[in-house]
Design a protein around this ligand. Structure first.
Ligand SMILES: Cc1ncc(C[n+]2csc(CCOP(=O)(O)OP(=O)(O)O)c2C)c(N)n1
Ligand SMILES: [Mg+2]
Length: 339
């Protein structure tokens, strides 16, 4: 491995720096090592993501954070359903709505909090912000659709290197309007790239409802390129976890692409405050909020313990991130150029 970049240098606030070794983070092993019952583990992860983003929104409102951010509130079950099946070194390619994917994958919310605060110990040295993450084998980019060919190429690279690793790319329903997605599906199928295309259909692309953005069937788009494709309508984390286990396993075993659509809903604004959706529609969808859905199965004591643990953690990481230094000009060396 190359020497650790500056942003991974020891941080003074008590959190371990993350290694730049793509194999350093192993979501599946971490999940399996947690002795709690499945529902409790999933609830703990989703609660952490939810509280992390609620904290972000309040920091934006108080003027401590600036720029933009797209929250994942309501979609947390997708991330925990898919990502807990991934091994160390599997590539994850996320999009503008990446916090839930990153926090679930890494279990390192402090790195993203520092990043959003623009600090040198943020996941990309405080220069990527909310949407642009590069950490081990996790990547995100806000250019809709542009992530599909990148993920396909990375999956193909793993195949050529015979690593038995796969790539997962998360796309929105609106992103199915980008032509480059179809070039990616074509090449992934033709070349047998082990890439799982996950479409998170939250029914809206910013201010456009899905009925006004897409003709035909989402799932048929994957099938048209000769790959297996399926769909699930659920915000139940346990159901999604059960659904994606065999799919991830099959992509790895067959070394072939797969296209899977999750029909879900976003319960927050598109970004920080913009929301053109009918209020009644959003209110009705709150019945499908994945957190209360799972909480009911846990029992009060276990659920409350998860919530307390997440709250303490968010408080600690926020305080830590505030103490972190801002990046220096020297920190630019190696980030955008070699010298
Ligand atoms: C190429 C490109 N065009 C436009 C945008 C602006 N933009 C950001 S998010 C978004 C809507 C995306 O909708 P969808 O794919 O359904 O994802 P969601 O926001 O619902 O998660 C748009 C138009 C962008 N980021 N990239
Ligand atoms: Mg959408």
């Amino acid at each position: 491995m190359s020497a650790s970049p500056a942003y991974l240098a020891a941080d003074p606030g008590g959190f371990e720096p993350v290694s730049d070794d793509p194999a350093a983070i192993d979501p599946r092993a971490r999940f399996e090592a947690d002795p709690r019952p499945l529902a409790e583990k999933l609830y703990a992860q989703m609660t952490l993501v939810r509280q992390f983003e609620e904290k972000l929104l309040s920091l934006f409102a108080e003027g401590e954070l600036f720029g933009t951010t797209h929250c994942y509130i309501g979609q947390e079950a997708d991330a925990v359903g898919v990502i807990n099946h991934l091994e160390a070194g599997d590539v994850v390619f996320s999009n503008h709505r990446c916090h839930g994917h990153f926090v679930t994958w890494s279990d390192r919310p402090e790195l993203l909090m520092a990043e959003l605060m623009g600090r040198a110990t943020g996941v990309v040295g405080g220069r990527g912000g909310s949407q642009h993450i590069c950490c081990g084998s996790f990547f995100s980019n806000g250019v809709q659709g542009g992530i599909a060919p990148a993920a396909t190429g990375m999956a193909l690279a793993e195949k050529i290197k015979k690593t038995n690793k796969i790539a997962v790319v998360f796309l929105g329903d609106g992103t199915l309007g980008e032509g480059v997605v179809y070039e990616s599906l074509n090449m992934a199928s033709l070349w047998g790239a082990p890439v799982l295309f996950v479409v998170e259909d939250n029914r809206w692309a910013q201010s456009t409802p899905v009925e006004r953005e897409l003709a035909g069937s989402m799932v048929a788009r994957g099938r048209a390129f000769g790959m297996d494709a399926g769909e699930i309508e659920s915000t139940d984390a346990e159901a999604l976890f059960a659904h994606f286990g065999p799919i991830v396993e099959k992509v790895r075993r067959q070394c072939r692409p797969h296209f899977e659509v999750i029909h879900t809903y976003r319960l927050c604004h598109h970004s920080k405050s913009d929301d053109q959706r009918p209020v009644e529609e959003v209110e009705a969808r709150k019945a499908g909020d994945p957190l209360p859905l799972l909480r009911g199965r846990l029992g009060e004591a276990a659920a409350a313990a998860c919530e307390r643990e997440a709250a303490a953690r968010i408080e600690a990481i926020t305080a830590w991130a505030r103490r972190q230094p801002f990046p220096s000009a020297e920190g630019l060396v190696g980030l955008f150029s070699k010298s």
